[in-house]
Design a protein around this ligand. Structure first.
Ligand code: GDP
Ligand code: MG
Length: 370
């Protein structure tokens, strides 16, 4: 139900509750401060006080995005975003490192790489793939909990000498819940005790039917240590990406998601973001979660300064006023006043979430405004 108490509305408007009550009286509808009013009445009051309508749902907070859908003709193919998950010690980090080594660009640049929580590799055929290398499960679930679904494809790593383990099963469940397609990388096939077939059979018990068993989940045997068949894995990712037909409009104000953030002593708050649509530019005024700022500089995964970041491109952003959280949305706004307004609003939502235990029934109060 779209209702709000007079008190709450007053708080959000930054007005005194008593003044709202007075106004309501003038409008011919006497209410007390603790009574609820409906959406239309609230709108009326907001206008009465000369305030602007601020959508309440996170999805709609963004004034020039979210509501609008990019027209088909503006869409261009974008690289897939891949998360590697699996049981501890099954080789996630080794695989990420090995794949990173397969990047033709880092080869050219002398292999200078920088850990920013995500990286993009360019394959021999020129195609690109973005990998999140934040600690798998937590980042994935944390981001999903915040409504951010940045992962297009999950690579499930299973050690061929160890088989399915608790965190493997956990990863399978997360992936299913997210509705993200999976590729199984059967790792450590160089080991004497490796038994890839056993892995495939164990997967059956979790309704994962790999291609080798007649299903449609791609399975690839690899060795991260010996760098065996990394091409096969990357091909499988590319094939899956083709099926997904991943596209985004690069020619618009950027929308991005934070994958990692920290405070750097010298450089201040740093946030690694993954652009989902549009292009982020140095100089853009941004709101990230409840923080705002101006993009002072952007650094890619090779430690190079870049002026622009398009869809699926991970960059570290400098210039924020505070450290955001993984899963926070980055939005480009038209000016600093608007940035502060949106940031303050988001902060008030956060505060509210912290102080109220009762579910917020007003969450969507203004969300459906056309
Ligand atoms: P993570 O916990 O999933 O990130 O696993 P790591 O990448 O840290 O690997 C755990 C251990 O397995 C390390 O000692 C790696 O050297 C080893 N390892 C990873 N991949 C392979 C592989 O393909 N073959 C062999 N023999 N060892 C591997
Ligand atoms: Mg690791």
């Amino acid at each position: 139900p779209e209702t709000i108490t007079v008190q709450e509305l007053a708080k959000r408007m930054g007005e005194r509750g008593a003044d709202l009550v007075k106004s309501m009286f003038k409008l011919g509808t006497p209410v007390t401060i603790t009574e609820t009013i409906d959406r239309d009445t609230a709108e009326l009051l907001i206008e009465e006080f000369g305030h602007r309508f601020v959508p309440v749902s996170e999805a709609d907070i963004d004034i020039d995005t979210s509501i609008d859908v990019d027209a088909d003709e503006t869409l261009q193919p974008r690289p897939p975003v891949v998360t590697i998950m699996g049981h501890v010690d099954h080789g996630k980090t080794s695989l990420l490192d090995a794949i990173r080594g397969a990047d033709v660009v880092s080869g050219e640049a002398g292999g200078i790489t920088q850990h920013i929580g995500a990286y993009q590799v360019t394959l021999k055929d020129g195609s690109k793939v973005t990998f999140l290398d934040t600690p798998g499960h937590e980042a994935f679930t944390e981001m999903r909990a915040r409504g951010a679904n940045v992962t297009d494809i999950v690579v499930l790593v299973v050690a061929a000498d160890d088989g399915l383990k608790p965190q493997t099963i956990e990863a399978i469940n997360h992936t299913k819940a997210a509705g993200v397609p999976m590729i199984v990388a059967i790792n450590k096939i160089d080991k004497p005790g490796a038994n890839p077939q056993k892995v495939r059979e164990e997967l059956l018990q979790h309704e994962i039917i790999v291609e080798a068993m007649g299903g449609d989940v791609q399975d690839v045997e690899v060795s991260a240590l010996k760098k065996t068949n990394l091409d096969g894995l990357l091909e499988a990712i590319n094939l899956q990406a083709e099926i997904l037909e991943l596209k985004a409009n690069p020619e618009r104000a950027a929308e991005a998601t934070v994958v990692e953030a920290k405070l750097d002593k010298g450089r201040g708050p740093l946030a690694t973001v993954l652009v989902q649509r549009g292009t982020l530019n140095v100089g853009d005024i941004i709101v990230v979660g409840a923080a705002s700022g101006k993009v002072r500089a952007m650094i890619d995964d090779h430690g190079r300064q870049v002026k622009q970041a398009g869809p699926s491109f991970p960059v570290e952003v400098l210039g924020l006023g505070a450290v955001p959280s993984a899963g926070d949305q980055l939005t480009v706004v038209e000016n600093e006043a608007r940035a502060r307004e949106v940031a303050a609003y988001r902060q008030s939502v956060l505060d509210k979430k912290r102080t109220t235990s009762a579910p917020v029934s007003l969450e969507n109060m203004f969300a459906n405004r056309a």
